[in-house]
Design a protein around this ligand. Structure first.
Ligand SMILES: [Zn+2]
Length: 449
């Protein structure tokens, strides 16, 4: 197979993964950089196109698509429906809700040939409310309505930083809910938060859920999801004795408001934000349902997830200075199989690499073949470890023994095993098999207030 070039085999020789070769004695390029950002650029996961904007390359997009699938799955569980709204929004809509003036500095705006002004959308409250208004008043039987999308968003950041962590263009998942009254809207709010809790637990990176400020989005209350990391820009306070969590925008004192003990302060990255909006958007834009023959404004909630930011922050938390580590469910390929170097003593055993690849692929596990056999195993191993393929199978020295043995390098467990062909397959099937077991094995500590 590695010689014949069968179609639909994932080959590193064909992978578009432009590597940055960094000379060993080179100085750090940029002080405002982070280890994951450097690794993502060096390992060809992302590549800058202009200030604060990034090309998501094949490995990066594979990870993002896996995240999208997790999101879709959680959204299906709460009967939310996926839509796609235009990226360009008439600025008159934002004028109607009073947001244009407040946010103007951070908006990308443009005019069409008729001099009509549009916003390149950073968020879609107005747009989705206007969609619902166009079919209002709704019958109460249709409620609640839960619509979400996964799409690019834009914010003209003063200081874009750390690649996908704070870009000027980024991928967001945004969900908007419409209910008949506040009590129902709160029920929906709790339901969505539960789905978000599940999602973050599945991703497997420790997170905190905190009380938050409603900011310019507005509404009656709001929560944020955070990853604790020293590259974050927010500070969350936490109380270990009563499990109180908040951003410093909400609570900026050194003692806990519930039990008066000393609070811990941690820098963190905001990765999700939920709002109970009330009627802030539905009233001015006239999104209503019929009650007693009269149109009544719908009570809304909105729920954002920064998907590219989740990816960047998770990589920052899990990676070392030298090697990327992915959250298990988001890894671009689970297994990398390495045939021996051309002309080496083991070259005759390279067929085993093809066989292992095929059996693993048939088991439904994402696998890629490092068929750059002009390189030594050692050189390819460095690339594979830096890219963060969690399981690397090497057809090495012991593959020519009467009873051939193969190496498995398990990056999550940080161990190397020598196994028979069947042993390799069993090991990979077991470790990649049951998603639920894997989530439990991650032992995610979930904190909430
Ligand atoms: Zn406390």
């Amino acid at each position: 197979m590695s010689k014949k070039l069968l179609p639909r085999v994932n080959r590193i020789s064909k992978l578009f993964q432009p590597l940055n070769i960094v000379p060993k004695d080179s100085k750090p390029r940029d002080e405002a950089s982070s280890k994951s950002y450097k690794l993502m650029v060096d390992m060809g996961i992302i590549r800058q196109s202009s200030n604060g904007m990034y090309n998501l390359l094949p490995l990066g997009l594979r990870a993002l698509e896996k995240l999208n699938t997790l999101v879709d799955d959680e959204m299906a569980n709460i009967d939310a429906q996926k839509v796609l709204l235009p990226h360009l929004i008439p600025s008159t809509l934002w004028k109607a809700t009073g947001r244009l003036e407040v946010a103007e500095n951070e908006l990308f705006m443009l005019h069409d040939r008729h001099q009509k002004q549009y916003i390149l959308s950073p968020t879609h409250e107005e747009a989705v409310t206007s969609l619902i208004a166009s079919v209002s008043p709704l019958s109460k039987k249709m409620l609640p309505i839960k619509l979400y999308q996964i799409s690019s968003k834009w914010r003209d950041e003063m200081k874009p930083r750390l690649g996908v962590l704070r870009g000027r263009e980024f991928i967001m998942k945004d969900l908007y809910t419409f209910d008949a009254d506040l009590d129902k809207a709160k029920e929906t709010y709790d339901l969505v938060c539960k789905a978000y809790d599940n999602l973050f637990q599945k991703i497997g990176v420790e997170f905190v859920k905190v009380a938050a400020d409603t900011g310019i989005i507005g509404g009656s209350f709001s929560n944020e999801y955070h990853y604790v990391s020293n590259i974050g820009e927010t500070v969350v306070v936490s109380c270990t004795s009563c499990n109180y969590f908040a951003t410093t925008e909400i609570h900026n004192k050194s003692s806990c408001p519930q039990c008066q003990r000393e609070l811990c302060h941690n820098t963190s990255v905001e990765v999700g934000h939920t709002f109970l909006l009330g009627t802030k958007y539905s009233e001015p834009l006239k999104a209503t349902y019929t009650a007693n023959g009269k149109p009544v404004p719908l009570v809304m909630g909105c729920f954002g997830l920064g998907l590219t930011r989740i990816l960047g922050a998770a990589l920052e938390i899990l990676s070392s200075d030298e090697e990327l580590r992915w959250p298990r469910p988001l890894v671009p390929y689970n297994v990398c199989v390495m045939p021996p170097k051309n002309g080496s003593k083991e070259a005759s055993a390279s067929r085993y690499a093809d066989d292992i690849y095929q059996v693993i692929e048939q088991s439904g596990i994402d696998v890629i073949l490092d068929d750059r056999t002009h390189f030594t195993i050692g050189k390819r191993m460095i690339d594979a470890r830096r890219t963060g393929y969690p399981y690397i199978v090497v057809v090495g020295k012991r593959s020519t023994e009467p009873r051939p043995m193969f190496e498995i390098h398990d990056l999550y467990e940080d161990k190397r095993l020598d196994l028979s062909f069947e042993g390799v397959i069993d090991y990979l099937r077991t470790t990649n098999d049951d998603q639920t077991t894997r989530y439990e094995m991650n032992e995610v500590r979930y904190k909430s207030n």
